[in-house]
Design a protein around this ligand. Structure first.
Ligand SMILES: [Zn+2]
Length: 204
């Protein structure tokens, strides 16, 4: 399962060498859970393993438009598919070995498809718990090798309360996952334009 623009092992080694020479710590990223497609093109994971698709009934259109009737932005894999993590973790381990890294960035931003009502495994489940369980599962896998998990922070921000909307914050209740994930997960706060103080806690 090799993507079209994938780095070779030699290229990874070269990158690592340059980073070390310049005092840069390289943190590899694979987008997990969400971002398994881009508007009209399917990513490699779901191309090779279509059974992992959270929303197989949603077909990618030739011409993408937003808004659309399915709420399609990017596809997700099903976090409860019994075989998904065998594949996903093999990819994570391969990348971590290639870059001799101790920190891994799993993306997990802009997850719109989660707990889909037509998914035989996820339908009716609490979306914050589905998100938190996936974070915890990835974190536990990394922990076995003394590696640290980094994720983007947008799914953990309440889009309605903050008024920053469904793109750089959550519109499907996943923000409640903030209280369910291990405290050693590094959350990377990002914003499109304005630097809203999203990381400010309510106790100070
Ligand atoms: Zn599912």
């Amino acid at each position: 399962m090799i993507d079209n623009n994938a780095l070779s092992a030699e290229e990874a080694e070269q990158l690592l060498k340059v980073c070390r020479e310049e005092g840069i710590e390289l943190i590899p990223q694979i987008n997990l859970l969400g971002h398994q497609s881009w508007h009209s093109s399917l990513g490699k994971l779901l191309t090779v393993y279509p059974e992992f698709d959270e929303t197989p009934h949603v077909k990618l259109p030739k011409e993408y438009k937003w808004p659309n009737e399915n709420g399609l932005y990017c596809k997700s894999y099903c976090p409860l598919h019994p075989d998904a993590h065998d594949v996903v973790f093999a990819l994570v381990d391969e990348v971590m070995d290639a870059f001799e890294a101790s920190k891994f960035h799993a993306g997990m931003d802009e997850v719109f498809f989660l707990g889909d009502e037509k998914c035989p495994r996820c339908a009716g489940k609490n979306k914050a718990k589905l998100f938190a369980d996936e974070v915890s599962k990835i974190r536990s896998h990394l922990k076995e090798n003394d590696q640290e998990l980094w994720i983007w922070g947008d799914r953990l921000i309440d889009g309605e309360l903050t008024g920053i909307g469904i793109w750089e914050a959550s519109g499907n209740e996943t923000h409640l996952a903030i209280d369910m994930i291990p405290k050693d997960v590094i959350i990377c706060d990002w914003h499109y334009v304005r630097a809203d103080p999203a990381a400010v806690c309510d106790c100070c």
